[in-house]
Design a protein around this ligand. Structure first.
Ligand SMILES: N[C@@H](CCC(=O)N[C@@H](CS)C(=O)NCC(=O)O)C(=O)O
Length: 214
């Protein structure tokens, strides 16, 4: 059976959980508590030298880190409910929006980056929150514009979920958890609220995970 190393609140793990749920693929869940540093243990580093979640192993022993690579692999291996369009322009648009979140927004607000700011530069909690909010606003301003330009329907692109929704939902959930005001991004919120009503997204949500800490 597929094995997924994940943390309930990790937005990158959440992306992969959404993809697995949309495709109806079963897997075994292994919790890695990144709040207490389990991602840096020797045994986990041996598995994933990048020291992060998610990490994925399939029935044939193929193994990967990096949520986007994992989702692309799943999309090719389990073609039901495709997450990337065939058409090259449409595919590039889905990738464009996904990368705006996965490459521009998430890395600057990752746990290790926030930790480095406090440890090495003496940044306090209020400054950290300012930093976090700044990058959320920069990123969602771009995403909102892309959705207004190209988006239609209930999801980021049309009426079926794509990789872009796998990235958008966890990023909104994270920003809300951090207390960001997202009212300036109505299209982002409309997609998020629609996805929240869908069973696959509910199944993938942090509170539905075995390692959920309330
Ligand atoms: N680019 C990687 C990022 C993986 C990653 O860093 N995940 C975060 C959780 S969302 C993590 O494990 N952080 C641990 C840390 O920063 O020490 C991906 O998309 O999978």
């Amino acid at each position: 059976m597929i094995q997924l190393y994940s943390f309930f609140n990790s937005s990158t793990s959440y992306r992969v959980r959404i993809a697995l749920a949309l495709k109806g693929v079963e897997y075994r869940y292994t919790g890695v508590n990144i709040r207490v540093g389990e991602q840096s243990s020797d045994s986990y580093r041996e598995l994933n030298p990048s020291k992060g979640v998610p990490y994925f192993i399939d029935e044939d022993g193929n193994r990967f880190s990096q949520s986007l690579a994992i989702i692309q692999y799943l999309d090719e291996r389990y073609p039901q409910s495709p997450l990337l369009p065939e058409d090259k322009v449409e595919k590039a648009r889905v990738m464009e929006l996904s990368a705006a979140i996965a490459c521009d927004m998430h890395p600057v607000n990752n746990l290790r980056v926030l930790g480095y700011l406090s440890k090495n530069f003496g940044v306090n909690d209020q400054q950290k929150s300012q930093w976090y909010t700044h990058w959320i606003n920069e990123g969602f301003t771009a995403v909102e514009t892309l959705l207004q330009r190209y988006g239609s329907g209930d999801y980021c692109f049309g009426n079926a979920p794509s990789l872009a929704d796998c990235c958008l939902v966890p990023q909104v959930a994270n920003a809300e958890r951090m207390g960001c005001d997202l009212s300036a991004y109505p299209r982002v919120l409309a997609v998020y609220n629609h996805c929240q009503q869908q069973p696959a997204f509910q199944q993938a949500a942090p509170k539905s995970q075995p390692d959920f800490i309330g």
